[in-house]
Design a protein around this ligand. Structure first.
Ligand SMILES: [Zn+2]
Length: 451
């Protein structure tokens, strides 16, 4: 069904002619007074009128449910409504009708537009606000909104909107992945003295990567243990079904223990292992030079490159050589651990013993399946750096939930899977049901002049 509502622009123009300049000035004045919001409001008023007149006259719109079997509507009153939108504040009045048969009241336009009961803003504005505040501080964000729309959205309002929005929701679904990647980054959280909560918060992020390299956000958390995170990532999946073939992580801070059970295999991130070796040796009070030298040694041992050719094209002798290289590297790591123990570097030795279990999973996996996997979690490190940078710039003193929420928005926006746009597509319901054109209607007797 299609309804055409026509707007009339009242233009009183002099017979004596007018200048193009005056026309432009007057158009500008009308636009500045009414704006785009005035235009939207006008169309809403006309739509309301048309729907309500139809209902009062008993012409029912049959694809909508009615209040009772024999509704007879009467006009009950006009209600003021204001909506914040990206084109400014739309002000209008809409009608309330009452059914004389069953006594129920209804606001036809609200139902027609599919608005929530107390909705006071458009979803398109909410999207803009969420995007602006996830890039900048709320303070700068709300200044920015002054420019985008004709209506200022104060910092506190922007904050509340994002807090109430469910645009950050991540549905981990049932999909299984090639890789599960997890990492953490620190941020300044709002301390709570009474609860003994300091200002050092940690954001934890989990992503899935499929065989084509598509990155899917699985969650961002603050104040949650890796066990709780593992349960959230597993979601509805059954225990028997692994979330991913391989976990790639730095393995510390409990990631390995909790998340490895969701995956068939586990690859320790080489970049993290060498970095943390430096840190653990520092804890053991080793000198800087020695730390650097040991890091270099470890890098040289573990850096086994996979062949560049396709698995099938690599001959068996090379595969055997690769197996031997991995075995040799494992034994070399063992020797390095013994040296650390010998020198009394207990923290570093313990660390490397734990890490050594999953250093060469990428090699063995390739040998068994031909699938090339990463030996460093570099893909999530870029994301974590981006996250840390944004959170630092946005503000300090986040609540745990606020920071996690913002992180979810950021990872939804910056992973390749299009989660963010998909969510808004559902919310915005842009279906091509509104067509607006500017067209003049010429008097019938002038039509022979041709158009
Ligand atoms: Zn009724």
């Amino acid at each position: 069904m299609q309804d055409i509502i026509t707007l009339e622009v009242l233009s009183a123009v002099s017979e004596n002619g007018f200048s193009l300049d005056e026309l432009v000035f007057q158009t500008r004045e009308l636009y500045e007074k009414e704006g785009l919001a005035g235009f939207v409001g006008l169309i809403l008023r006309l739509t309301d009128e048309r729907i309500c007149i139809g209902m009062v006259q008993g012409k029912l719109n049959h694809d909508r449910p009615t209040c009772c079997s024999e509704p007879r509507y009467e006009y009950q009153g006009l209600l003021d409504r204001r909506f914040r939108t990206s084109v400014g504040e739309v002000m209008m009045k809409w009608r309330r009708l009452r059914c004389r048969n069953c006594g129920r009241t209804t606001i036809p336009l609200r139902e027609f537009l599919g608005l929530e009961r107390y909705q006071s803003k458009t979803s398109e504005l909410e999207k803009i606000v969420a995007e602006v505040v996830s890039e900048q501080s709320y303070r700068r964000g709300s200044n920015h909104l002054d420019i985008i729309g004709d209506i200022p959205v104060p910092k506190s309002t922007a904050h509340r909107w994002v807090a109430q929005s469910d645009c950050d929701k991540i549905d981990t679904g049932q999909e299984t992945f090639d890789l599960l990647v997890a990492d953490a980054t620190g941020y300044k959280r709002r301390p709570v003295k009474e609860a003994g909560v300091n200002n050092r918060g940690e954001l934890r992020v989990a992503l899935g990567v499929d065989k084509t390299g598509r990155i899917v956000p699985l969650g961002a958390f603050s104040g949650k243990s890796w066990d709780q995170i593992a349960a959230a990532v597993q979601g509805e999946r059954s225990d028997e079904k692994p979330v991913a073939d391989m976990l790639v992580s730095d393995g510390e801070r409990g990631i390995a223990q909790s998340l490895a059970r969701l995956c068939t295999g586990h690859q320790r991130c080489h970049w993290h292992v060498t970095r943390d070796l430096n840190y653990t040796m520092w804890q053991d009070k080793a000198g800087k030079l020695e730390r650097k030298q040991t890091q270099k040694k470890l890098t040289a041992i573990i850096g086994i490159e996979l062949p560049e050719e396709d698995f099938e094209k690599v001959d068996d002798a090379d595969k055997t050589a690769l197996t031997e290289a991995a075995t040799q590297a494992e034994s070399d790591v063992g020797k390095l651990i013994k040296q650390l123990v010998h020198k009394g570097y207990g923290v570093a030795a313990d660390y490397l013993i734990r890490a050594s279990r999953n250093l060469f999973s990428y090699v063995y996996r390739w040998l068994a399946t031909g699938i090339v996997g990463p030996r460093a979690s570099s893909l999530i490190e870029r994301m974590m750096r981006e996250l840390a940078r944004r959170l630092k710039r946005m503000a300090f003193g986040w609540s745990e939930e606020g920071a996690a929420k913002m992180a979810r928005i950021i990872i939804k926006r910056f992973t390749s899977a299009g989660e963010w746009e998909r969510y808004w597509k559902q919310r915005l319901r842009i279906q091509g049901n509104v067509i607006l054109v500017l067209r003049s209607i010429t008097a019938t007797d002038l039509q022979p002049l041709g158009r």
